[in-house]
Design a protein around this ligand. Structure first.
Ligand SMILES: Cc1cc2nc3c(=O)[nH]c(=O)nc-3n(C[C@H](O)[C@H](O)[C@H](O)COP(=O)(O)O)c2cc1C
Length: 189
């Protein structure tokens, strides 16, 4: 099983990354492709990028380097995203990554009736996050969930989270350990 690990944790000492690493150690995939988004130097799609993308798609040049991330995403058997809770969602580098991934004819396609048909291999996605406080709404996770259901054809989506990590007096280690216990329960060996 080929697992794609999309690491959107910006800080090198990320607690979210600690949980995602633990999850992956429990899943024990045959192969891991790790994308460390903060070091990929991704830029938001420009108009020139969009024009080039349209040209490549119209010429059916899907093996172009521009589509490398989209091909990697579509080919994964399972996906783990780790992203800390930032400003009610996630670090912008993850949105930029999604712009690069969501390529018509690689990740999804439109039927003749205009309906979206997923082209991704993965059937399972884990979204791992940690929060400084306890805000109830997680727009970041909900957005990823909507992408999974509407574009990627991934219905089995699991949220793993630890909250309150920056609240004064909270024991961060024990909050992370609680999250690890939840991971243990979700990934019974
Ligand atoms: C730019 C930024 C924005 C943040 N926004 C929120 C927020 O809206 N709500 C919240 O509870 N915590 C917020 N936090 C705190 C983080 O969610 C928290 O520290 C998290 O555990 C960081 O994960 P990490 O250790 O993997 O970097 C923010 C932190 C940063 C750096």
């Amino acid at each position: 099983m080929n697992l794609l690990y999309i690491n959107a944790c910006v800080r090198p000492q990320s607690r979210t990354d600690v949980l995602a690493d633990y999850l992956i150690s429990r899943i024990k995939p045959d192969k891991i492709t790790k994308l460390n988004l903060a070091t990929l130097d991704l830029t938001p799609l420009s108009n020139a990028d969009l024009e080039r993308r349209e040209y490549l798609i119209s010429e059916q040049i899907y093996d172009d380097e521009m589509f490398a991330l989209a091909r990697t995403f579509a080919a994964a058997d399972m996906i783990v995203i780790s992203a800390p809770f930032w400003d009610l969602s996630f670090p912008s580098v993850l949105k930029v990554f999604i712009e690069h991934v969501n390529v018509n004819k690689i990740v999804f396609q439109y039927s003749s009736a205009g309906k979206i048909e997923p082209l991704c291999r993965a059937k399972k996605l884990y979204y791992v996050t940690t929060k400084g406080g306890y805000m109830p709404d997680d727009y970041g996770f909900k957005y990823i969930e909507a992408l999974c259901r509407n574009l990627y054809g991934i219905e089995d989506i699991t949220l793993i989270k630890a909250e309150g990590l920056d609240v004064k007096g909270n024991d961060v280690e024990s909050l992370l350990n609680e999250a690890k216990q939840k991971i243990d329960a979700l990934t019974t060996l």
